[in-house]
Design a protein around this ligand. Sequence first.
Ligand code: NAD
Ligand code: UD1
Length: 334
Amino acid sequence: MNILLTGGAGYIGSHAAVVLTEAGHEVVLLDNFSNSNKSVLKRIRKILGRSLPCIEADVRDTDIVERVLREYKIGAVIHFAGLKAVGESVANPISYYANNVQGSINLFQVMQKVGIKTLVFSSSATVYGEPKYLPFDEDHPKNPMNPYGRSKLQVEEILRDLADSDSEWKIACLRYFNPVGAHESGLIGEDPNGIPNNLMPYVAKAASGELPHLNIFGDDYETCDGTGERDYIHVMDLAEGHMAAISYLKNHAGFTCVNLGTGKPLSVMDLLNAFEKVIGKNLKKVVVQRRSGDLPCYYASVEQASIQLNGSAFRSIEIACRDIWKFQKADNFQ
Ligand code: NAD
Ligand code: UD1
């Protein structure tokens, strides 16, 4: 099938592009490169042995999106494009709603106009907010704690209404837990601008000496060792989850939401120990105050994923550490 990946040059989109192409799909990327580097295209070409068409555009540019959908005879869209930094969303909510909500509405309008009604949407575990119980299943109450999370929930609600209004729509919202790792080649991975907010890229930069040490945000939570616990899913497992969602939608109209995680919480110390084992040395770390807005622990129920998507998360945290370390050490940006 011909599949358009909005935000396809980003961290998750680039891995999905590789997985889908290797499975025989024809992938087209559309990205405005606001949070990615054009060199990713060369690196994808190196992995696949051929280049993928990429249109540099904003998803809010409806004329270009319509032209791309028609010209490439797109059959399904995976909508990754969006902004994702929680702190930034608090400081600048309008740009988050404009990009994530308005951008999505524009895309769905054009899809409807052209008659393309198969969609996978990048949602987030952040839609759940504070746990009433764990693991989070898809029916858990939704109470996102910041504009970023609310923008994701609003798009989910728009999509639910859209599917209710027209039975031809086939929509899967995938709620990602904590994506980590990189492609095993070390050619593509996560390379955030500036100082990373998330744990894994921070650890990788601390290991390479780019950052002096790791700050552990609190060791007095009621968790296995006092540090925060999360559900870290390898980005390649996540990418494969998108392929499974596309297959699922072939035979299932309507609207569904599915968690993509492993179902197993790991603490900051678990992740750190795995990383230190991979690099063969101990990292400098300092325990500091809890980060405001952090939850002690959350992880996914993966029952729905195993029913609808044949459950695909199997790579270990050690593999994720190995792959991100390979990416971190490689000279990818020359
Ligand atoms: P990313 O920033 O690496 O990728 C997003 C891509 O979208 C970037 O290449 C960026 O340039 C592009 N983009 C942003 N706004 C655009 C626009 N208006 N028009 C065209 N392109 C645009 O992020 P990612 O980690 O790959 O995340 C992909 C999606 O998954 C996002 O929607 C994000 O909210 C969601 N998500 C990510 C995580 C995570 O931890 N990485 C967790 C849950 C959900
Ligand atoms: C963060 C976002 C969340 C988003 C997710 C995407 C916040 C408050 N939440 O969540 O909305 O969906 O990323 O992956 O930003 N930690 C450290 N030191 C660090 C960085 C993190 O100890 O330098 C700890 C955190 O306290 C947490 C764990 O590592 O316990 C994971 O943190 P992070 O990678 O930022 O992910 P989330 O907190 O789950």
